[in-house]
Write a protein that binds this ligand. Structure first.
Ligand code: SF4
Length: 225
């Protein structure tokens, strides 16, 4: 697990180099894509709520049965909390997440006629949904790009590569939006995750094998130690 200091930029990369690093990463992972399985916007809302502090593999193992049993916002709104909690037992904070899914789906069923809203402010009003999840839903359910989902990989790599000195996800998102062209926003988080899993590992990044090692401040600081 990275420490908070590890997630803070050692040196802020100048904007031109930051753009270059992002372009290189994007080219290196052309198939990077959202990692949770879903078929409908309501599936995505539920999977995204379940995924907080839980590995994707765990969520993807649970959701097929869940999506077979509950198909609409009304189905979830009418679910018994204990029954839903039992079905999602493998995720962290299953009780809280079950309650959030039911509460969010009640609002979607009653206020939005069962349709997941496609506006940031409306998504942010739903229990269990913050800006990262709202961005994820807008991008992947509606192809609407208003921002960048900032997950733990984005926080970690943005700090290491020197793309942001921000400590909070919202600040990091603003920094990334300022230095990147909008065409990168929809999959930047998935590109960073792919690079983190393959090369820029949490504990020991494989800097010698990294295609942006000449640009990355963390590699250059580590080399000089
Ligand atoms: S050079 Fe090292 S720290 Fe920098 S992005 Fe590559 S693997 Fe990560």
């Amino acid at each position: 697990m990275a420490t908070r200091d590890d997630c803070l930029a050692l040196v802020l990369l100048e904007e031109k180099k930051a753009k270059e690093a992002i372009e290189k990463l994007e080219k290196a992972y052309p198939n990077a894509a959202y990692y949770l399985k879903f078929a409908t916007p309501i599936d995505l809302v539920v999977a995204a709520i379940l995924s907080a502090q839980t590995r994707d593999e765990v969520v993807n193992a649970i959701t097929p049965d869940l999506f077979r049993k509950y198909k609409t916002a009304m189905d979830y709104a009418n679910a018994k909390p204990q029954e839903l909690e039992n079905l999602i037992r493998g995720v962290s904070f299953a009780g809280n997440k079950a309650r959030n899914v039911i509460s969010a789906c009640k609002i979607i069923a009653e206020k939005y006629n069962g349709m997941v809203p496609d506006r940031m402010d409306e998504l942010l009003d739903l229990p269990g949904i913050g800006r990262k999840t709202a961005n994820t839903i807008l991008i992947n359910a509606y192809n609407k790009v208003e921002g960048i989902p900032v997950d733990t990989w984005v926080i970690k790599l943005s700090g290491r590569i020197g793309l942001s000195m921000g400590k909070k996800p919202d600040d990091i998102e603003q920094d990334l939006m300022r230095i990147t062209d909008k065409k990168h926003w929809h999959n930047l988080a998935y590109v960073m995750k792919a690079h983190g899993k393959k090369i820029c590992h949490s504990q020991v990044p494989l800097c010698s094998k990294c295609l942006i090692k000449a640009l990355c401040p963390k590699n250059n600081v580590t080399k000089s130690l």
